[in-house]
Ligand binder design. Structure first.
Ligand code: CMC
Length: 429
């Protein structure tokens, strides 16, 4: 709370509202009493100036290009921490001690298998179903398979549901992949770490041994860490809004998955790689830059721009370094897609249109290149984003459930439709 207040004058009347301060970041004007005092609403489609909650999990300074999880900079976490350590940090607020991490890892790995009946559930999907369609359906269906952890008023059930989702989303995403390529599902291996287990479930087959390369597993773990949370983005806000009605946690996370699917959000990594392939060679870049700048053409440079970052996305910097490491390892350093990406980035960063609008590469610009090199089809990219983000959604959902100020989310509107009128019978229309 600060001593500052905000004054609003409407005609001859003036009103005062408290200004609240967080630990860092812009102050907010507390307008909860606005409607009561003035009979007016605020209008902010896209929530460009609206803080919808009070949170202590993730902080972004878009102008500086800074992203902090519980205060720790993302590059330090991506460089030094494991994904499960980051999960612990996001969920419980502090980095774990060695024994806390060991205990947490055991809890997660003990839940990696899915109910056997779920295998039949998967078989109901068409083979060519998009993995995100499967993820959306199966995450929601978890409420039917794990009904004993859907009572949100019980903290023990909330905790079990959280651990189940963090443990099982890699299994579900890997099953979606296996199903699409017609291979048998591979059960989780609890002797492998989180990322290595996911790679094993995706690429092992019963007919032969599959060894997970530690460099690839490390890159995968980093991708998970970089996507783990991103404060009140569209999918997280969807999870919070769904949870505000006291819906069960599996339903809330399924809603988040559905929202993430959109190409303006998590679907951008798939769209970015498809775009780089469509460009194909460095000499075609100017044509695509011109299209991106043309207001009569709906084309946008996918993987560029961000609602909050008006500077280089700090996740993209780590991702670019990781992409180089993985491509070097896999012997595809002359990968034409990477060459197009690097050149496109260079040209866009010096082009007046992009400079003026502060459009920098975002996390999705490079992640697709890594996932492609590792062997994932583009349709899996957003599913991998979803499995990484599950912990962030859960941390935010748990924070909201525990917030004494929690209220059902219910935005208002500026109504511009017809005024009240009488019904006209069909024979008189
Ligand atoms: N290519 C070309 N022009 C762009 C782009 C782009 N990628 N992004 C924004 N612009 C232009 C836009 O046309 C507008 O120009 P003008 O002011 O002349 O009308 C200006 O920049 C501001 O754009 P906006 O649409 O008002 O910005 P926004 O904050 O509503 O949109 C965005 C943010 C991420 C949806 C948008 O930048 C975009 O569509 N980017 C491509 C998709 C993408 O990469 N999304 C992934 C986001 S990061 C991952 C995640 O968090 O999910």
């Amino acid at each position: 709370m600060s001593d500052k207040t905000a004054k609003l004058t409407i005609g001859d009347d003036s009103y005062e509202f408290p200004v609240l301060s967080g630990t860092v970041g812009p102050d907010v004007i507390d307008i909860r009493s606005l409607y009561g005092q003035t009979g007016l609403f605020t209008y902010d489609p896209g929530f460009t100036s609206t803080a919808a909650c009070d949170s202590a999990i993730t902080y972004i300074d878009g102008d500086k290009g800074e992203l902090l999880y519980r205060g720790y900079p993302i590059d330090q976490l991506a460089g030094q921490s494991s994904y499960l350590e980051v999960c612990y940090l996001l969920l419980y607020g502090e980095l774990p001690t060695a024994s806390e991490l060991a205990d947490f890892s055991t809890r997660v790995t003990r839940h990696t298998m899915v109910h056997e009946q779920m295998h039949y559930f998967f078989r109901g999907f068409r083979r060519d179903a998009h993995p995100m369609a499967i993820m959306t359906g199966v995450m929601g269906a978890m409420a039917a398979f794990y009904h004993d952890s859907t009572d949100i008023s019980d903290p023990v059930q909330r905790e079990i549901a959280s651990i189940r989702m963090i443990a099982k989303t890699p299994t579900i995403a890997a099953m979606a992949y296996k199903y699409s390529v017609g291979q048998p599902f591979v059960y989780p291996r609890n002797d492998l770490d989180y990322a290595a287990n996911f790679l094993h479930m995706c690429f092992a087959v019963p007919a032969e041994d599959y060894k997970v390369d530690p460099v690839v597993a490390k890159a995968m773990d980093r991708i998970f860490t970089l996507h783990a949370d991103h404060e009140q983005n569209a999918s997280t806000s969807t999870v919070r809004l769904s949870g505000s009605s006291d819906a069960n946690p599996f339903a809330c996370i399924a809603a988040g998955v559905a929202c993430l699917w959109g190409p303006a959000h998590g679907g951008a990594n798939e769209a970015a790689l498809n775009m780089l392939r469509q460009i194909g060679s460095v000499d075609r870049i100017p044509e695509f830059i011109a299209r991106a700048k043309d207001k009569n053409d709906p084309f946008r440079l996918m993987g560029f721009g961000h609602r909050v970052y008006k500077n280089y996305d700090p996740r993209a910097a780590v991702m670019q370094e990781s992409a180089r490491e993985v491509l070097d390892l896999l012997g595809v350093e002359n990968n034409p897609t990477l060459q197009v990406a690097q050149e496109l980035e260079k040209i866009a960063l010096s082009d007046e249109y992009f400079v003026e609008r502060k459009l920098y590469p975002n996390v999705d610009f490079y992640s697709g290149i890594i996932l492609d090199a590792v062997g994932f089809p583009t349709s899996m990219f957003t599913a991998i984003f979803a499995l990484s983000r599950t912990v962030g959604w859960i941390a935010q959902w748990k924070e909201m459930i525990g917030d004494p100020q929690k209220k059902i989310g219910r935005p208002r509107q500026l109504y511009n439709g017809a005024q009240a009128r009488d019904y006209v019978g069909i024979d008189q229309r």
